[in-house]
Write a protein that binds this ligand. Sequence first.
Ligand SMILES: [Zn+2]
Ligand SMILES: [Zn+2]
Ligand SMILES: [Zn+2]
Length: 324
Amino acid sequence: MHFFSLSGNYPYHKACYKENYHPKCDICKHFIPTNATGLIEYRAHPFWSQKYCPFHEHDGTPRCCSCERMESRDTTYVALEDGRKLCLECLDTSIMDITQCQPLYLDIQEFYEGLNMRVEQQVPLLLVERQALNEAMDGEKHGHHHLPETRGLCLSEEQTISTILRRPRMGAGNRFTDMRTEPYKLTRRCEVTAILILYGLPRLLTGSILAHEMMHAWLRLKGYRALSQDVEEGICQVLAHMWLESQLASLSGNNAASSSSSSSSRQRARSPFERKLGEFFKHQIESDTSPIYGNGYRAGNHAVQKYGLERTLDHIRMTGGFPY
Ligand SMILES: [Zn+2]
Ligand SMILES: [Zn+2]
Ligand SMILES: [Zn+2]
C-alpha cells in the first residue's frame, strides 16, 4: 500500500521520501528515530562521519580502542584479553608482540637520528597489557594520565613489569586468549629505565606513541629538567605528529624521502585504510581538547613551524617554555 502526501502542488511518495531523506543509523541500520519534539537527532563521529542513534552511546555498543568507530551490527570486533575491543581493519596492522615491534623501534630510532637527535642509551622497550601499564604508571613519581587512556609510558623508576612474551591466540567468540607474560625487572643505569607501550594497537598508532615516549626519553637523557607538563607533553606530541607525517609521506611513495625511509616501512603494501587511519591519528593529536596535550601540542607546533625544531628545543632548554 502506498501513501501520498501533498507538498505544495506536488504529490510525493512518503516511503520514497523517507528512504531518500531520513538518515539511517550506521550501527543498527534502522532509520534514526525522531526525538520527543519530532526532530531527527543523531550523533556523528567528527572524523569518520559515522552517524548513529544517540542511544548507542549508552547501550553497550563497543568502540574500537584504536579508531573509535562503533561496532555496527554487521561486523564483529575482536576482544583483547585486557577488555579492549579492536575493529578488524585496525587488527590488520596491529602489533601484538615484541618481535613485531622491534622493526618499528628501529624505524623510530632512525627517525630521531635523521633529526640529529640520537638517543644514546639503548632503552628497553616492553609491550604490556592495560593493567600492567596502569600499575607501572602508579609506581612513577611524575606520571600523569592521558585521557581517555594512557597508552605509553617512559619510566624512570626501578620497577618489575609484566611484559608480553608471546602474542595471544584467537580463541572462541573472536577473543584473544593464551597470552604469555613474564615479570621483567628494570634496573636504572640512567634517567630512563624503559619505554612501555600498550599492545595490540595498529602499527601507525604504536609508532606515534613510541615516537612520543622516545621524546620523553631524549629530554631526560639530554638533561632537560622541570619542564611544565604542557611544554613537555606538547613537544612530545609534536614529534609523534611529525613521525606520522613522515610515514604518510612514505606511504604515498611519490617523494624522494621514500627511498631513504627504513626497510620496515616498506615491508608490505599499505592499504587505503591505513592511510586514512594515519590521518585520523594526526587529527586526534591536532584536535585534542586537553590543556596539557592539546594546547601543549598546538603551542609547540606553532613554535616549530616558526623557528624550526632545533631552535625551539634550544629555547625550551634555556627558558623552560616555547618561543613566541
Ligand atoms: Zn541505531
Ligand atoms: Zn579500529
Ligand atoms: Zn607523554
